[in-house]
Design a protein around this ligand. Structure first.
Ligand code: 26W
Length: 775
């Protein structure tokens, strides 16, 4: 860094340390790439609009097993290890579950030694920063690339020219697309090193660049802004991540982003394949492409276009090869999240691809004349249907979700292709989400069963015999207690609020959405507060309710839920009668790093979505692995968590997915629920009457009205059962050893939720890929 240690700032120490670690990673990276070329095995390409990576320095240090050495080295300079780590900004290149899953998958692919590349966009601005002004969410640009980023390697030599618009003509029998708007995609590579540094794969992120960045003539004509216009326009395509996580924007720039990185990735994949192979018909034997939801779905028609229009293969052959390579993962059943592009917008931007999609539909209909199921219909291009038709394998992300896919959104296509849909229940990397973020629990486990569990998580079940032993259980309880004190200090330092470390830490952290029902959680908190006030001196189990999560900018109801939670917190925390029994806090700017601070300290994990709405959830897995008990519905992967940890170690409540459908048939289902539960009615009335917004009494009438008159996500109908489950949790928490046993059994029985197990499923059921590492 060209700095004198005497005057170096944390930033300089972090950069210096990053370069020292990176230096050690590069060797394994080069060796892995060389071995991949030598072996010429099947490669996996994971195409995703989002990679929610978080910080990378500690990940590198932990995966190389250098924690002690680094700590010691910094100590010789009088520098604190954690402070250097805290200086790193998160790479917030994602919205939530889908993006974080992609990051966990990269860690597992490298740990297993599966030759793979992640492809995405190098957003200059990640997911917006969230702060609160008078309890309201305020967004500000996230500028992680404003300072040097030590974990990326620019690849100026890897550039592809791409285009939009223009026209499609035929020249000597060949269809030729001449795009009228051109730009370039430039590659930036990040090494992804696996556990124990045995393998390292590449994450390649594309940045928009102008074909000719600077117009000297215009500059000399004094038209300075215009001179740099092309560069600015090209950069726009990789400027910012769309902050929507369940509502398709339908915006032109979004479609341009999707095509931009998909097309650059396909070009790069073909360049690499053709560098080693003659016959394009062998492509499906050497290449498996995974579409992370429909966002990169255009990659299918783009590969087909190149094979047919540019390489001259017949349409049928090009389609067969494309079909052999492509696979699609669906992550949501929410209708508003399924991408359906207006065909005029689509046709304007990608005229040739629209033609190719029509031919794909024709070919599909010719092969399946019984039912006309097409990607293009009713003036829209439906990316879910397109992905299904093009893909070799389609998967859901939990057993329940995959089942619902077959019964709902893909019912007809499933009927036509009954063996195309498979299930791959999600997982999380145990390196970041246990070994690294919870060193106390990690060393207790390693002391007990050795450290094999870090790369073979189902070894955790060998903890069960220890759980019966008092001294082990006390060490387990001590670890949790210490994590809670650490979190209290972290929050006091940053937010000036002192939480009670002996209280039950009840945490709900995820994107704000009505189907995730943060408003059910705060409604229960209000009823709890009211009940405590009714029984002064009552023997209540002290509870700390922690919320965190961002709402999409345009999702006003979600933003109002955040405002309500902050307003309730203000009133409850100021209430002298109750604050020893109940505290509520909403922490701003939820991201990967904050999750790493919160999850190890959790006692109760809130997974309370309306059944049938949460495709899987992955936070639920992280909490169980860190010794928290789940209060939840039978939704997504909660079903499989409860099956594995044991129903007695899970606080279940609420309607099942099919009961939800039934209940909605009753037009006044909410009023009936309110009439049947005075506790619910009273809590709702408090919201309606402005108890939490005395200066603006009518502020939350619309929330109370929504819950009373429509309540699409059945908050009221599930309230009583939820209240009951919360009281059961209180009861269990009164017996610390009982609680600890249940919590420890959650740890011991959650090994299956490793993303290593998930990736091995993809390798076996979908990709047909092998590890290149000796077992
Ligand atoms: C087009 C806008 C948009 C952007 C992102 C629509 C939908 C998405 C994602 C699919 C939303 C998402 O993150 N889904 C979550 O994916 C996780 C990983 O599989 C699951 O665990 C969550 O249940 C699911 O909500």
């Amino acid at each position: 860094m060209g700095k004198d240690p005497e005057h170096a700032k944390f930033f300089d120490w972090r950069m210096a340390l990053s370069h020292a670690i990176r230096d050690r990673i590069v060797d394994r990276w080069v060796a892995s790439t060389r071995r991949t070329y030598e072996q010429d095995g099947k490669r996996v390409y994971y195409l995703s609009m989002e990679f929610l990576i978080g910080r990378l320095l500690e990940d590198g240090i932990v995966n190389l097993g250098l924690v002690e050495e680094v700590g010691e080295t910094l100590r010789t300079f009088g520098i604190d290890y954690r402070s250097v780590l805290e200086d790193e900004p998160d790479a917030a290149l994602g919205n939530g579950g889908l993006g974080r899953l992609a990051a966990c998958f990269l860690d597992s692919l490298s740990t297993i030694g599966c030759p793979a590349m992640g492809y995405g966009i190098r957003y200059e601005n990640g997911l917006f920063k969230q702060s609160f002004v008078d309890g309201r969410q305020v967004e500000s640009p996230e500028t992680w690339l404003q300072e040097p980023h030590p974990w990326e390697f620019g690849r100026p030599e890897v550039r592809f020219t791409l285009g939009f618009r223009g026209e499609v003509t035929t020249e000597n029998g060949r269809t030729v697309w001449k795009p009228s708007e051109l730009l370039q995609a430039e590659a930036f590579d990040t090494p992804i090193v696996g556990w124990q540094g045995r393998w390292a794969n590449t994450l390649r992120l594309w940045a928009g660049r102008a074909v000719d960045p600077f117009d000297l003539d215009r500059f000399n004509a004094g038209d300075f802004a215009a001179a740099a216009e092309h560069e600015a326009l090209a950069r726009t395509i990789s400027r910012v991540l769309y902050p929507e996580d369940s509502n398709e924007a339908g915006k032109e720039l979004r479609l341009k982003q999707e095509f931009f990185f998909s097309a650059a990735s396909i070009r790069d994949i073909l360049r690499r394949f053709e560098g080693q192979h003659e016959d394009l018909r062998a492509l499906p034997k050497k290449v498996a492409i995974q579409l992370n939801d429909t966002h990169p779905a255009i990659a299918g028609p783009e590969l087909l276009r190149i094979l047919h229009d540019e390489r001259g293969l017949s349409f049928e052959e090009a389609l067969e090869i494309t079909h052999g390579c492509m696979n699609y993962t669906n992550h949501t059943l929410l209708p508003e999240a399924l991408e359906r592009w207006d065909e005029r917008l689509f046709g304007r931007l990608l005229p040739r691809h629209l033609q190719i999609i029509d031919r794909i539909d024709d070919a599909h209909y010719r092969a399946n004349p019984t039912r006309l199921l097409s990607a293009r219909s009713d003036g829209q291009v439906k990316m879910g249907e397109l992905s299904f038709i093009v893909a070799n394998k389609v998967n859901g992300v939990s057993a329940l979700h995959t089942d619902l896919m077959k019964k709902t959104v893909f019912k007809d296509l499933h009927g036509l292709h009954p063996d195309r849909i498979v299930n791959e229940t999600n997982g999380v990397t145990p390196r970041r989400w246990l070994h690294s973020c919870n060193p106390g629990l990690s060393s207790l486990i390693t002391d007990s069963i050795g450290d094999g569990w870090i790369a073979d998580l189902e070894q955790l079940e060998r903890l069960e015999p220890f759980i019966g032993k008092d001294d082990w259980l006390h060490r387990f309880r001590a670890v949790k207690a210490e994590n809670k004190v650490t979190l209290c200090d972290y929050i006091a330092e940053r937010h000036g609020m002192r939480l009670n470390p002996d209280a039950m830490f009840d945490i709900q952290i995820k994107r704000i959405h009505e189907y995730k029902r943060q408003h059910l959680n705060i409604l229960e908190a209000i009823a709890h507060w009211q009940e405590i006030k009714d029984t002064p001196g009552g023997d209540w189990v002290p509870r700390v309710k922690i919320f965190a999560g961002k709402a999409a900018q345009g999702y006003h109801f979600a933003k109002d839920i955040i405002h309500l939670i902050n307003d309730v917190a203000k009133v409850v925390n100021a209430d002298a009668e109750t604050r020893d029994s109940l505290q509520v806090i909403f922490l701003p700017n939820y991201n990967v790093t904050l999750a790493e601070h919160l999850i190890p300290a959790a006692d109760l994990s809130e997974q309370i979505s309306t059944a049938g709405k949460e495709a899987s959830g992955t936070g639920n897995m992280k909490f169980a692995l860190n010794g928290a008990l789940t209060i939840g519905t039978l939704d997504g992967a909660n079903v499989e968590i409860r099956e594995r940890v044991g129903e007695e170690n899970f606080f279940l409540f609420g309607m099942l997915a099919d009961e939800v459908m039934q209940r909605r048939m009753i037009h006044d289902h909410a009023q009936q629920a309110i009439a049947a539960d005075p506790r619910l009615a009273r809590a709702l009335e408090a919201i309606r009457s402005g108890t939490f917004s005395p200066q603006d009494p009518g502020r939350y009438v619309h929330i109370a009205d929504n819950l009373t008159w429509s309540d699409y996500f059945l908050v009221c109908s599930d309230f009583s059962a939820y209240w009951q489950a919360q009281r059961e949790a209180d009861h269990a928490y009164r017996d610390p050893d009982l609680w600890a046993r249940k919590a420890a059994l959650n740890v011991a029985r959650s090994g299956w939720f490793s993303s290593d197990r998930t990736i091995r499923g993809y390798m076996c059921d979908i990709w047909g890929a092998e590890s290149l590492l000796a077992p």
